[in-house]
Design a binder for this molecule. Structure first.
Ligand code: HEM
Length: 415
């Protein structure tokens, strides 16, 4: 694999580090690879990904904050993006409809403003009692059994129940909802996605389109106090969101918030089991939960990277990125940059690093962050308080996901 180094302080030394998202053990622990890249080639050219790969906190943040980078990844002139464009065209009703995640201002501003009201910290504060109820409900039965599985019994149902209720989807449909969401998320590996997964993804999108078109029609006839009704009202008031955009927004909220939050609860609990002193500290001082969740997002945040495409020549740390190139920021690597955090490889639940990059930064900063934080705080806090002797049964669980979103597949525990 060809490797180039760049960056202001970089000697043109031999580089042994490489970014291989498929290296054995990569899902279980990518952090050693990130460290090598950061030390040897912080702005690294990956032939395999046809992309620059960035691992330093400051460089990543500079990219995410810079409006000269586009979030429309299909602008990149790479095989990867060509395949993305083809996939998009085949995706039927989503077609070329952009979501806020892949659009730039002014579309981004318009799409985000309409949904953002539902996700302000204050709006989410009002959801906390309901989140607590859902956590208690799913744990009550699990706890009675003496042993349970954190992912299946808690981390998996919690975000889907909450987002389904916010959107206004009937609760009995949430299993189908979750299945669709997982199937679509499995297609996010771009050209590395197996064809069967792409086919399944396309089918799921068709089914979702059919499903949402009924709900949208129902809400048009009879609005309720839910997010879908809100999106329709916005559309009808000022022609602000098209039907396709409403649908694309619903799918985005569904898939952006499920797998991510499930994995955050999973990676966080595993990190706490592996750092028993920190787990004990958090148990003894429950008020640390909000600081602890920020630290867990920094230390084991489930989203590892995101891409941007320069719209013009842009210089960062002595390197000039060219229009049409793909720039992949490894936010999980930036979160362990020793130039930004002291002892970054150590979990310290008292650190409260609210400037971490786990939710991105700039105008695309995760819209669902207040919700994800509330769900994680309540889920993790409740697990620790309710089960003082919680024990992990399999110390080395299997990992799932991709190099972009990862988490343990199962966490079997005894109470
Ligand atoms: C632990 C959980 C989560 C993590 C780690 C996470 C991470 C991220 C990251 C890194 C971005 C920025 C992507 C980029 O800049 O390209 C993002 C954007 C986004 N997230 Fe999250 N997310 C989480 C949960 C949620 C939830 C619960 C929702 C909603 C229900 C959500 C909705 C969104 C949306 C709509 C965007 C796009 C924002 C925009 O483009 O302006 N996320 N998320």
């Amino acid at each position: 694999m060809a490797t180039l180094t760049s960056g202001a302080n970089q000697e043109p030394n031999v580089v042994t580090a490489e970014f291989n998202p498929f290296a054995p053990g990569m899902l279980a622990d990518p952090y050693a690879m990130y460290r090598e890249l950061r030390e040897q080639a912080p702005i690294y050219w990956s032939e395999m990904m046809e992309s620059w790969v960035l691992t330093r906190y400051n460089d990543i943040d500079a990219v995410l904050m810079d409006g000269r980078f586009s979030s429309d990844r299909s602008r990149a002139e790479t095989r990867f993006s060509q395949m993305m464009r083809e996939q998009q065209e085949q995706y039927g009703p989503m077609g070329n409809t952009q979501t806020m995640l892949t659009s730039d201002p002014p579309d981004h501003t318009r799409l985000r403003r309409l949904v953002s009201k539902a996700f302000t910290p204050r709006a989410v504060e009002n959801l906390r009692p309901r989140i607590r109820e859902v956590v208690e409900y799913v744990l009550a039965e699990a706890g009675d059994r003496g042993e349970f599985e954190i992912i299946h019994d808690l981390a998996y149902p919690l975000p889907v129940i909450v987002i389904a209720e916010m959107l206004g989807v009937p609760p009995e449909d949430r299993h189908r909802f979750k299945e669709w969401s997982d199937t679509v998320v499995a297609t996010l590996g771009g050209p590395f996605t197996p064809p069967e997964a792409m086919d399944a993804g396309r089918k799921a999108i068709d089914e979702l389109a059919e499903y949402f078109s009924h709900i949208i029609a129902e809400r048009r006839a009879e609005p309720k106090e839910d997010l879908i009704s809100g999106l329709i009202a916005a559309e009808e008031g000022g022609q602000v969101l098209s039907e396709d955009e409403i649908f694309a927004t619903c799918i985005l909220l569904l898939i952006a918030g499920n797998e991510t939050t499930t994995n955050l609860i999973g990676t966080s609990m595993l990190a706490l089991f592996r750092n028993p002193d920190q787990m004990q500290l958090l148990r003894d001082t429950p008020t640390l939960i909000s600081s602890a969740v920020e630290e867990l997002l920094r230390y084991v945040g489930p989203v590892h990277g995101t891409g941007r495409v320069p719209k013009e020549d842009i210089e960062i740390a002595g390197h000039t990125f060219k229009p049409g190139e793909m720039v992949f920021t490894l936010i999980a690597a930036g979160n362990r940059d020793p130039a930004h955090y002291e002892n970054p490889e150590q979990l310290d639940v008292t650190r409260n690093p609210t400037d971490h990059l786990a939710f991105g930064d700039g105008i695309h900063f995760c819209l669902g962050a207040p919700l994800a934080r509330a769900e994680a705080q309540i889920a993790i806090g409740t697990l620790l308080q309710r089960f003082p002797k919680l024990r992990l049964l399999d110390e080395d669980p299997e990992w799932g996901g991709t190099f972009i979103i990862r988490g343990p597949k199962r966490l079997n525990v005894a109470v």
